[in-house]
Design a protein around this ligand. Structure first.
Ligand code: NAP
Length: 541
């Protein structure tokens, strides 16, 4: 007998994942509630409203393909839409698909526990109430659990202090102030050029430089938008077939298969196109061959020297300890040129680390940098952070945190975890390293089909088998080790290996084998009657 629940499905998180899941689960008749602790929808795009926030992917493939109404009626205005525009898009999706009535904001989930006797998930929220559902789905985001650095005195700073991922909704007045920034990943490198013109003085504390692919941000013309609308099925299909989920042409050659002149010409032409075109359309082995990745590194170093007038600053901005793809590559909007401004100073805190944060500023060696504002763009506990921050408790009272600490990262395709029946993850750990819109949409559609199948076949529990977890863990390692992300990411202490968090185990947090390969595995799992997701029952459907 099935125990009655408040909802068939509860989804945690009202970002891209939550909206896609709500729409798709509704379509198969599941009563679904989306809960989110924020007071607006948008997930990562709600929370990250720091100055300069915008997509690193281009507008043409940064949206859902599943709703014709949304596709026909929504208009992007920028090649790389800013945070405000993406948020407007998500609100448009919520309104157009009538999703809002099933979204409960200001509802932070504190814990969730599986009741084995009743086959029910009990979700406890911050106000102490409990909601029950048969299915529980995380759409909590992959880079949503911010980390503050462990620097002595951080609490003592007397000025204003902001984390990029906790920026005040009303904004911050930086005009004319002495501002310091710690953290130069994709977040920090968007903040720097945006605030530099308005602040009095900007002190940029750099530990490791990044390889940044600069670009330009043109206005989208009505003709371009119309063309994208008319061809979106093809655009989406190309993005889904691309390892990194982008609508880009596959390069035919490796970087060492052409002459030095030809290589330079190709690098230059794709650098001119901007952003991820350089990473994806120049050569096909920048992520798999160390020497090729180093050739790309050297090209970018030459660009830094070309753009930045002071040679010492240019050298400091040039990564030397790891090569291209060792960190997630950020798209830049005038980042390097910002260091030609008189009010911007780059401080090397690798050779001479920050020793303390004082009430007045930042102490580096004998120098105290006096500041009015200190910005932290110091990243996230990626992939697992949101899932282990709260207690998600499965069979036998074991939490996800405990399971992964004991066994290492385990899941079947990043979707389901043994010991956690009817719990699913959108973008769980071990899902592809990609433009995330693709795995979000395809993941929601996969789950829709799986739960529909479960309903039709009287399957009460979907749960990864232990064997499938072993298989997937091995495949994640195999795929990761065949890329430069393994060696270079280790040197760079990349978040995709968990190395940005002191004490976190070195493990591939994402699948590096390519989104299209991953989707094929998902298809096979469905075609085989979800056998690898049926831990405690056999179904002869
Ligand atoms: P991140 O890439 O993890 O960068 C964190 C930065 O903080 C690094 O530069 C790191 O330096 C620095 N840092 C940490 N602790 C420090 C300390 N004690 N002293 C000095 N520096 C310190 O974080 P993120 O920039 O927030 O980006 C995370 C991910 O979010 C990105 O890779 C991307 O996937 C996503 N994201 C995407 C977009 C977009 O698509 N538009 C925008 C923002 C973020 P080290 O390198 O030396 O460790």
């Amino acid at each position: 007998m099935t125990t009655p629940t408040d909802y068939d499905a509860i989804v945690i998180g009202a970002g891209f994942s939550g909206l896609a899941l709500l729409h798709h689960l509704r379509e198969i008749g599941l009563s679904t509630l989306v809960v989110d602790g924020a007071d607006g929808i948008g997930g990562t795009w709600w929370i990250n409203n720091y100055p300069g926030v915008r997509t690193d992917s281009e507008f043409s493939y940064y949206s859902f393909s599943f709703s014709k109404e949304v596709r026909d009626e929504w208009t992007w205005t920028q090649r790389y839409p800013n945070g405000k525009e993406v948020l407007a898009y998500l609100n448009f999706v919520a309104d157009r698909l009538d999703l809002r009535k099933d979204i409960r904001l200001n509802t932070r989930v504190e814990s969730a526990a599986y009741d084995e006797d009743d086959n029910v998930w009990r979700v406890t929220t911050a106000d102490g109430s409990t909601l029950t559902s048969k299915y529980l789905i995380s759409g909590m985001g992959v880079l949503s659990q911010p980390v503050w650095p462990d620097i002595p005195g951080i609490e003592s700073f007397a000025g204003e202090k902001y984390h990029a991922a906790r920026w005040p909704r009303e904004g911050a007045d930086l005009a004319g102030k002495r501002v310091g920034i710690i953290g130069l990943g994709a977040s920090g490198i968007q903040i720097v050029p945006t605030i530099a013109p308005e602040v009095g003085e900007l002190v940029v504390f750099q530990r490791q430089p990044n390889f940044i692919v600069e670009t330009t941000n043109e206005t989208v013309s009505p003709e371009q938008m119309q063309h994208v609308r008319q061809t979106y099925d093809e655009i989406y299909a190309r993005a889904a077939a691309h390892p990194f989920g982008v609508d880009m042409v596959h390069a035919e050659h490796g970087a060492q298969e052409v002459s030095a002149e030809e290589r330079e010409r190709i690098f230059q032409s794709k650098w001119n196109e901007g952003g991820f075109h350089f990473a994806n359309e120049t050569f096909n082995d920048l992520a798999t061959n160390h020497d090729s990745s180093e050739l790309a590194s050297e090209f970018i170093r030459s660009k830094i020297r070309e753009i930045v007038s002071d040679p010492a600053t240019a050298e400091l901005l040039s990564p030397r300890d790891y090569s291209f793809n060792g960190k997630r590559i950020p798209t830049g909007h005038g980042y390097y040129a910002t260091f030609n401004r008189e009010n911007v100073k780059l401080v090397d805190v690798k050779t001479q680390p920050i020793t303390a944060i004082t009430p007045r500023g930042v102490q580096v060696g004998d120098t105290e940098y006096e500041l009015d504002v200190l910005i932290f763009a110091t990243g996230f506990d990626a992939m697992t952070g949101t899932l282990t921050f709260i207690d998600i408790t499965g069979r036998g009272g074991v939490t996800l945190r405990e399971k992964w600490e004991k066994e290492g990262l385990r899941s079947n395709l990043g979707i389901s975890v043994n010991g956690f029946p009817n719990f699913f993850m959108s973008l769980g750990p071990q899902t592809p390293y990609s433009n995330l819109i693709v795995p979000i949409q395809l993941g929601a559609q996969w789950l829709q089909a799986a739960l529909n199948w479960a309903q039709e076949n009287g399957v009460e529990r979907i749960e990864a088998t232990p064997e499938s977890e072993d298989w997937w863990a091995e495949e994640v390692v195999r795929a990761g080790n065949s890329t430069v992300m393994a060696s270079e990411g280790t040197k760079a202490k990349a978040w995709f290996l968990g190395l940005n968090i002191p004490g976190k185990a070195l493990e591939f947090q994402v699948y590096m084998g390519g989104g299209q390969v991953y989707q094929e595995f998902c298809r096979q799992a469905a075609e085989s009657g979800y056998q690898t997701f049926l831990a405690d029952q056999q179904v002869n459907a």
